[in-house]
Write a protein that binds this ligand. Sequence first.
Ligand code: FAD
Length: 394
Amino acid sequence: MVLLGGGYTGVWAARRMTRAVRSGALRDVRIRMVSAEPEHSFHGWTAEVITGHVRPERARVPLTQLLPGVELVHGRVGAVDPRRRTVQVQTATGLRQLSYDQLVVGVGSRDATERVPGLAEHAWSLKDPDGLAALRTHLDTLPPGATIVVAGAGFTGVEAATAIAQQVPTARVLLAHPGPVALPMLRPRFSRVADYAIDQARRCGVEFIPGARLLRVSAEGAELDTEGFVASATVITTIGQTPVALPGLDAFARDASGRLATDRCLGVAPGIWAGGDVAAVPHPSGQGACPANALWAIYHGKRIGANLVRTLQGRAPRPFTFPGLGQGASLGVGRGAAELYGVQLTGWPAWLARWVFFHWFMPSRRIGLVTALDWIRPRETVGTDDSAYLYATA
Ligand SMILES: Cc1cc2nc3c(=O)[nH]c(=O)nc-3n(C[C@H](O)[C@H](O)[C@H](O)COP(=O)(O)OP(=O)(O)OC[C@H]3O[C@@H](n4cnc5c(N)ncnc54)[C@H](O)[C@@H]3O)c2cc1C
């Protein structure tokens, strides 16, 4: 079995299969994971990594430590050949060809840098783990009064802008978005939650610029269609993601945003499965496709893993039935904004619910526990590095 991508989909699918191998339910199975990054990134803690509440290494765990029993191939998939059942991978030592019986496509999405000239070269990415680490260092070196432009007012943009405003209180943080209001995905049903989040962000000093489309980014700043040129050495993009398109899979159906269409069991074609941001998986409610976020990717991965086990045992795969849980953001400790099973929560209840869920869904119980303990440890000891112990036992 070959899994493409070491994100949420790949990790949770692999864990389900290695469990079956360990229990003896599966025999003579070789599980390989190809990942461009040697680590699994837990993006949900991005704001907390910026504010220093979560140590960067907690949100970025080496895959070799996380997935014992899985052979890791560190490299970038160049192409898939579904007819020959092979995958071409560019590794540091050269091109490798891997054959598969079953393939899991979990390569996720990438920053949609093609949408705005200069974004790829001059903007900071929160998706790229190295970029996030570099951004933290950069924020520490900003002179007082520096202007920071965050483009995009979805959950990630609002959370990140607020975290930056808290971390660099002397900076001017502008949040530019093309729509009339921020957090449009919460409206109209969860408008109370959205308004609370915006109010909290404003209290931290974030200035919202509605109706402002990002036209161009340069080393000197950002050009917004309503404001003109804004001088800034720090332009951060959260304007959206584009599914990663792998050559060789072009013949398969996609939805309007370019995600690979799957059936209800997450199959794309015989021997090929897909989940997470790269896949348009039918929502169990029968209405549209599942949203692209971490929780759905985790459950897609779990279902793909279980279906692979069933397939190898000669049993029929089962449909994806996870109904969803909700969505949430943190605007600082005790200031959460969430929707849980359709119920609107703000303040401490929302913050605590998100805190518990995020630790629960960390890629191992031990990492979740150690990350949770960091919150009550004195901040000076949080700086000491016990990651070697953590990863050795993960
Ligand atoms: C800054 C940020 C904050 C977020 N916050 C939240 C949040 O709070 N809650 C939430 O639910 N969701 C959040 N998300 C969204 C969430 O991270 C994604 O929905 C989730 O990561 C999707 O999982 P995935 O498995 O599809 O892909 P990913 O987790 O992105 O994993 C994709 C994997 O594929 C690898 N890969 C890509 N291309 C190739 C290739 N050609 N060859 C080999 N490997 C490749 C990558 O290296 C990576 O390992 C956030 C995203 C970002 C960027």
